[in-house]
Design a protein around this ligand. Sequence first.
Ligand SMILES: NC(=O)c1ccc[n+]([C@@H]2O[C@H](COP(=O)([O-])OP(=O)(O)OC[C@H]3O[C@@H](n4cnc5c(N)ncnc54)[C@H](O)[C@@H]3O)[C@@H](O)[C@H]2O)c1
Length: 377
Amino acid sequence: MQPVNIGIIGCGNISDTYFNGAKGSDLVRVKACADLRTEAAQAKALQHGVCAMSVQALLDDPDIEIVVNLTVPQAHAPVSEQILAAGKHVYLEKPLASDFGAAQRLLAHAATRGLRVGCAPDTFLGAGHQACRAAIDAGRIGRPIGGSVAMLSRGMESWHPNPEFFFKPGGGPMHDVGVYYVTQLVNLLGPVARVSGCASVGLPQRTVGSEPLRGQVIDVEVPTTVNGVLEFVNGANVAMSVSWDVWAHQRAPIEIYGTEGSLLGVDPNWFGGTPRLSERGGPWQPMDISAHPFGVENYTPNAGARVANYRGVGLTEMVLAMHRGRPHRACGALALHVLEVLDAFGRSSGNGRHLGIECKIDRPEPVPIGADENVFL
Ligand SMILES: NC(=O)c1ccc[n+]([C@@H]2O[C@H](COP(=O)([O-])OP(=O)(O)OC[C@H]3O[C@@H](n4cnc5c(N)ncnc54)[C@H](O)[C@@H]3O)[C@@H](O)[C@H]2O)c1
């Protein structure tokens, strides 16, 4: 298979992960990058040995088949629309859009043109999460009945170089990080049927603590503490708490409770980790994830221990799916379902009712183990 030429639009904080990830894959080759900030595109082009172009020149380049959109959430839909209008497939960072209607129009546009939309998060393809999926599918905890999810921290303004977008529509702890958890819950339990939520703004303003914008004040426009319940089509219901107003806590990221046991999942922000299982009240047993791909620790984040970080595997899996003529896993329909769920917490809080989820999807196929599908080459 010849590598597919890709272009990257958005040369900010996350872009190195995609440039580096592409270097490790035989399926893709980054030809060019672009950014509203010309100097950002030039710096990444120099660093990674690709061409810096204007956004329009990149879209006009006939060699480029797929464009990766790594802009801020508020630009996800408009930039992705431009990519589709240029006749190219798009893979973009989460969330699919800052506005649900725009996300629906984007997928409709792609369908009329026969183009693919792939969307992060792809962490659910990781070994820790796939091991949990395999345990549930094998009946190790019996029929899932309930669960608990917690993503609680102080937020992003202390470390990100330009953190304003986190506190504007499309940002906030639910859309920015809760998206990983909801996607993983759908991978484990299937689609969501309805949602109820309670959402509030903990602090009306945030002060940037990182360079180069230290001291700048951001007006918060999205809820920063959200609690709610997801009811799944399979009948399970899961309590979910996300917040950027919390200094410390002692809650696990994901727990699923079934008729025969309990599963302690791993952080959906990364690909690996060691899930644990307790069968019929027995002791917690660590699960061996080594048979599953994308679990070996390969990255040290700014804060903390080494983790498995294979962000971008959703893109390479999409390329393989295109070659084989089958659907891809981190797909637009999954991202749209998840976006509807994320939005529903805030809307439910506003109108005081459970909200049914209209977008129907199937669970993504599990990631094969062994050499099947050459585990995405
Ligand atoms: N930073 C992370 O650790 C991280 C991790 C996972 C996912 N993400 C996601 O990746 C996306 C980008 O995050 P980031 O941290 O890299 O943000 P960033 O602000 O560092 O970079 C975004 C870049 O997009 C450019 N841009 C914005 N609008 C544009 C437009 N219309 N056309 C061309 N370029 C445009 C900006 O100039 C900027 O260089 C977000 O959706 C975020 O949620 C970020």
